[in-house]
Design a protein. Structure first.
Length: 119
C-alpha cells in the first residue's frame, strides 16, 4: 500500500526558511511520475488546494506559481522516493497545510504538514 508522508513544517517568522519533505513509500515506480506540492490555506476546501510547485519525473523541469517564484525550490531524490520543497523568504500568505502528490493525483493524500508564518 502506498503511503505519502509530509514533514518539515512549523511556526516560523516572516523571512525565515523551511524545507519540507515528502516520502512516498510502497511504490517502486515513484521515478516515473511528475510530482507537485499543493497548499491548502485556511478557509479553503480540499478541492481548492493550490498547486504551488511541480517537478517532472527526472527532476530537470520545474514549475512554480507566480506567488512563490524565486522563493521556493522543488527537488526530488528518486533513490529515496522523496520530494522536497525549500521555502525561503517566507511570507504570512504562505501559511497553510502543504501536501504532495503526483500531478495526476494517483496517490492517496497524506496528512500534510502545517506551515505557519507570523508577521
Amino acid at each position: 500500500q502506498v503511503q505519502v508522508e509530509e514533514s518539515g513544517g512549523g511556526l516560523v517568522q516572516a523571512g525565515d526558511s523551511v524545507m519540507l519533505s515528502c516520502v512516498v513509500s510502497g511504490r517502486r515506480t515513484f521515478d516515473k511520475y511528475a510530482m507537485g506540492w499543493f497548499r491548502q490555506v485556511p478557509g479553503k476546501e480540499r478541492e481548492e488546494r493550490e498547486c504551488v510547485a511541480t517537478i517532472n519525473y527526472s527532476g530537470d523541469t520545474t514549475y512554480y506559481t507566480d506567488s512563490v517564484k524565486g522563493r521556493f525550490t522543488i527537488s526530488r531524490d528518486n533513490v529515496k522516493n522523496t520530494v522536497y520543497l525549500q521555502m525561503d523568504s517566507l511570507k504570512p500568505e504562505d501559511t497553510g497545510v502543504y501536501y504532495c502528490n503526483s500531478l495526476d493525483l494517483r496517490y492517496s493524500w497524506g496528512q500534510g504538514t502545517q506551515v505557519t508564518v507570523s508577521s
